[in-house]
Design a protein around this ligand. Sequence first.
Ligand SMILES: [Fe+2]
Length: 187
Amino acid sequence: MNREEAKDLLFKYVKGERYRTHSLMVEAIMRKLAEKLDPDNVELWGIVGILHDLDEESCDWVNNPPVHGPTSVEILKKEGFGDEVLYNAILAHNPLNGYKAGTKLEYACLASDPMSGFIAAVAKVYPDGKVASVKEKSVLKRFKEERFAQGANRSYMLAIERTGIELEDFVPLALEALVEAADEVSL
Ligand SMILES: [Fe+2]
């Protein structure tokens, strides 16, 4: 199980540019979190990010939210890729399928998914639209504005605190990760 294989699977099953980019953004945040929380498993944490939305185009999650996650696990099993640790982390990012996060890896995936979208939404408000221009303070300010980027689930993002990292430290970490990854994710 390595990064290149995970990326090949992402590109095989997800054709939309938006979700490919989103998946690589979540990968970048997950790798940065792993450097702090689980330095021996940075690659695995990144792979969770790459594959967490693998079933995006393979199931009707809009009308049937619980299938988002389990369908990715089915695809991965069919492909002979991954193990229970990876599968459970993918399941954990969508509590609507019934699986509840319980490990640091699982909380990290639950929190990194909406954080990537939230920072992208904050970046869009800036004149150059670049994540490099985004200030930590404005992310935290927007976080408190309920009507801003309502699709980004605040309680999921706050789940990062279950790993021992406070939201105030998660935001700069995620910003740094996204700026470093900007070439690949073209933000
Ligand atoms: Fe996602």
